[in-house]
Write a protein that binds this ligand. Sequence first.
Ligand code: PAF
Length: 286
Amino acid sequence: MTNSIADIRSGIAEARREAIANGIAEPRVVLVPTMGALHDGHLALVDRAAELGDIVVVSIFVNPLQFGPKEDLSSYPRTLESDVARLADRGVTLVFSPSGDDMYPDGDVSVRVRAGDIGTRYEGRTRPGHFDGVLTVVAKLFHILRPDAAVFGEKDGQQLFLVQRMARDLSFDVEVHGVETVRADDGLALSSRNVYLDDAERRSARVLPAALDAAAAAGDRGIDAVVAAAQSVIVGEPRVELDYLAVVDPATFLPVDGDHHGKAVVLIAARVGTTRLIDNRRIFVN
Ligand code: PAF
């Protein structure tokens, strides 16, 4: 495990030299950015990274910039030792686990990436500044590690969209790949925040994927039916408080019109007890 920016840079340079010595003419570095508390969803990202390149770097950093003042920064699960153990035998070349001081020597940054209009919608409306914080740390990781590709989960669909847009808008020479959401047997999307749920909340949380299933099944009856189908599942579970339900165009992440036909993504966020969960699903609207 490497903590400082200087060490990870020399670690990657060394890994490149080794790969070249082993006959890989142009080794590709692939980054998996995480905040730790790793679960099988993260491991799917790591597996995809190993397919995409030769040198896999996993970053583990709980980024204070993306947490609001009333959010769970101090209680966010930190499980560095078991995370590193989970990455063993997974084809990971280097783990980068910088401290807050390494990443933000002045405690904060005065220059940050702005996520723009889409960054203020859905997650961004409930969590103002969240995506500016995400894009700023991802931009820093891209500069520090200079990966050829980076892998993000589709569960955080708005984040994936915004990182792809940042890479294009700011001409980062990095391919940004999405990996399908990994779900538990009951359909709940894996998330580091699922550990906050007690047994009853965990059962209630199943209405999120169930609402997305209902939305997908209503796709042949138009957008209004999609929204109504998802809402009717959520209102049936009193422990779950809907934050937003939106149907967006995957190409723009703007809400679709009522007469939209074709591909769409249903986004959902809800509070189950004190835990906020998000999920999404691609659907087709006839
Ligand atoms: O998805 C996450 O875990 C974080 O938002 C990320 C991309 C690692 C940036 O801190």
